[in-house]
Structure formats: structure tokens, C-alpha cells
Design a binder for this molecule. Structure first.
Ligand code: UDP
Length: 326
């Protein structure tokens, strides 16, 4: 298949490009390099450009027989979305709409969308299944849910099929050591902890220890990046085979508190480091754990990295073999 990966130079996109290319697909990455890295695109063709550029999209779609589009070029920082909602609605909603309409102009009808657990807001219950009420509590979550709604309507009106994956906490790195997580600024827990473990950061700050959880810190469901990509590959095949749209929650189904993640990182790195407690971060629900049984059942998807320790080990290897050497 020929697949356009929008945002293929970013963390999730670059791992996806690798997996698709190694499986024999013809892959084109489109990325404006605002957050991505050109050197993270190790496979296929690379085009530098913006997904909001309709004429450029037209020329890409005109020149090739693209079978499907995967879209990873979203802005992802919850806190930033609260301060700069315009930026989030522009990129995540308006530009995605431009991309979808360009697909329609060229009769491309298969779309994979990276959505988020943030569409659920403060959960009424956990683990969270697909039927859980969607009540985002920040512009980031709203922007992703809006596109899910657009996709529902485009399916009915235009037959554009879409599979949306609501990620819980994507984590870890390519086990081959070729790719990993590189965000500037880095805001995610595991890379920040590992920076403290390697000495690139003075400490790790725990955002709140007064949550209604066993140890008072937030609980999250960490899923390895390759498992996430596996689900996308299976989702694409499933969408084409059944000619229908689907929504899946993606996680390991197991929750770990911030303190537990820190303990795992200390074990994996064999290093101790300073841990300080800070006030809660705005917009953080106490517990987010996925019920991914629908993806298990429908896609026959099973995470291969079932243990948090294995996930953190891949991220630690990336930290010491790549990031520390930059
Ligand atoms: N967190 C933390 N210290 C940090 C970064 C994150 O305590 O320096 C906490 C955060 O409050 C949340 C969890 O770690 O409860 C996971 O945060 P992350 O930003 O990695 O992902 P999110 O759950 O926001 O998607």
C-alpha cells in the first residue's frame, strides 16, 4: 500500500513510518518540522510542508496513488492548549479539515487519526471503554473530539472511512535504538524521569501527591510505542477489509502511579535521583486507565510490551545511547 504519514517526523509518526516501511509499504512523510526531526524519518520519502497547505496537498495527492492517510501532526500539550486555544483549534481542527477535504477531492477514503484519552475528560469510571461519555476539560481534548465528530459526519456523507485511536500514555522507544522520544520542551513523565536518572536534569517534580489514589499520585496507563503502531497497522487492514469506521481506546489496561513509575525508572537505570513534590498540574485527572478490549477483540491486537519495566528500559536505552550523546 502507499501511505501518506502526516507528522511522520514526530515521536509516534516516526515509529509508524518505520513499521509501515519494514512491512513493505510505500511511505511518504509530510511534516513541517515544527516539532519533528528530519533525521527521524529513516524510511521512505520525506516532504517538508504543512498539512494546512491545500495546494501542496493537492500536488501530493495528484502525483501518487495514495491508498490511505495517517495523521499524527497534532499539537499535544494540554497546558499550552489552555493558554493558546487558537493555536490548537487552528492546527488540530482547521488544518485537519483542510487535509480531509483534500483527500475528498482526490477520492482518498481511508484515514487513521491519532486521538486521545483527553476526549473523555475527568472519567466517570475506569478502566475507560469506548462508550464512556466524552466530556473534554481542555482545548486539546476538545480539538481532537471535534475531528472525531467531523469524521463521523464525513463517513456518513462522503464514505470517508476513519479509524480513531484514543491513546492513553504513549511511552518507550524503538527497541532497535534507531528512534525515540524527543520533545522540546519535554513535558512527559517518563523522559523527564530518565533525564533525572542520567543526570541531565536536577530532579523530577511530582505534580501532586494528594490525589485519591493509593499513594496520592496520578495513575496512568503506559503503552509502548511499537504496540501502539501495531494497532494502527492492524486498524488500517481492518478498516479496508470491512469498509467501515471504528474508534478504539489504546492502552495496556494497567495503571501505574507517578511514584511507581519513578521506582521502576530507578531500578531500570540503577541510578538514584532527587524527587520533589509540587502542586497539582491543571487539568490532570487522578486516574486514566484504558479498557482496550475492543481493540483486542476486533483487531486481534495484543500489546507485546506488557510490563512497564520493559517499556522504560527501551526509553532508558534511548536516553543513554542517543540523547545523552547530543
Ligand atoms: N507528571 C509529573 N511530573 C512531570 C511530568 C508529569 O508528576 O514532570 C505527571 C502528570 O501530572 C501526570 C503523569 O505524570 O499525572 C503523566 O503525565 P504526562 O505529561 O507524561 O502525560 P499525560 O497523562 O498528561 O498525557
Amino acid at each position: 500500500m502507499k501511505i501518506l504519514v502526516v507528522g511522520g517526523a514526530g515521536y509516534i509518526g516516526s515509529h509508524m513510518v518505520k513499521q509501515l516501511a519494514l512491512a513493505g509499504n510505500d511511505v511518504i512523510t509530510l511534516d513541517n518540522l515544527s516539532y519533528g526531526y528530519k533525521d527521524a524519518v529513516k524510511y521512505g520519502e520525506f516532504i517538508e510542508g504543512d498539512l494546512g497547505d491545500a495546494s501542496m496537498l493537492d500536488s501530493i495527492f495528484k502525483s501518487g496513488d495514495i491508498d490511505a492517510v495517517m495523521h499524527f501532526a497534532g499539537f499535544i500539550q494540554v497546558g499550552e492548549s489552555v493558554i493558546k486555544p487558537s493555536m490548537y483549534y487552528h492546527n488540530n481542527v482547521i488544518n485537519t479539515h483542510t487535509l480531509l477535504d483534500a483527500m475528498l477531492r482526490h477520492d482518498i477514503k481511508n484515514f487513521i487519526f491519532s486521538s486521545t484519552a483527553a476526549i473523555f475528560g475527568e472519567p466517570d469510571y475506569t478502566p475507560i471503554d469506548e462508550a464512556h461519555i466524552k466530556q473534554p476539560i481542555n482545548p486539546y481534548g476538545h480539538s481532537k473530539l471535534m475531528i472525531e465528530q467531523v469524521l463521523d459526519d464525513y463517513d456518513k456523507a462522503y464514505g470517508l472511512r476513519s479509524t480513531c485511536f484514543r491513546y492513553f500514555n504513549a511511552a518507550g522507544a524503538d527497541p532497535d535504538g534507531e528512534l525515540g522520544e524527543r520533545h522540546i520542551p519535554e513535558t512527559h513523565l517518563i523522559p523527564l524521569i530518565l533525564q533525572a536518572a542520567s543526570g541531565r536534569r536536577e530532579d523530577i517534580k511530582v505534580f501532586g501527591d494528594d490525589y485519591p489514589t493509593d499513594d496520592g499520585t496520578c495513575v496512568r496507563d503506559y503503552i509502548h510505542i511499537n504496540d501502539l503502531c501495531d494497532a494502527h497497522s492492524l486498524g488500517l487492514q481492518h478498516m479496508i477489509k470491512h469498509d467501515r469506521s471504528d474508534r478504539f481506546n489504546l492502552g495496556n489496561g494497567k495503571g501505574f502511579s507517578v511514584k511507581q513509575v519513578i521506582d521502576v525508572a530507578k531500578r531500570v537505570s540503577s541510578n538514584d535521583f532527587k524527587v520533589t513534590t509540587e502542586p497539582r498540574r491543571d487539568g490532570d485527572p487522578a486516574i486514566l486507565v484504558a479498557d482496550a478490549s475492543l481493540a483486542n477483540k476486533e483487531l486481534n491486537w495484543q500489546p507485546k510490551f506488557a510490563e512497564l519495566e520493559e517499556i522504560v528500559r527501551t526509553a532508558w536505552n534511548w536516553e543513554i545511547d542517543y540523547l545523552c550523546k547530543q
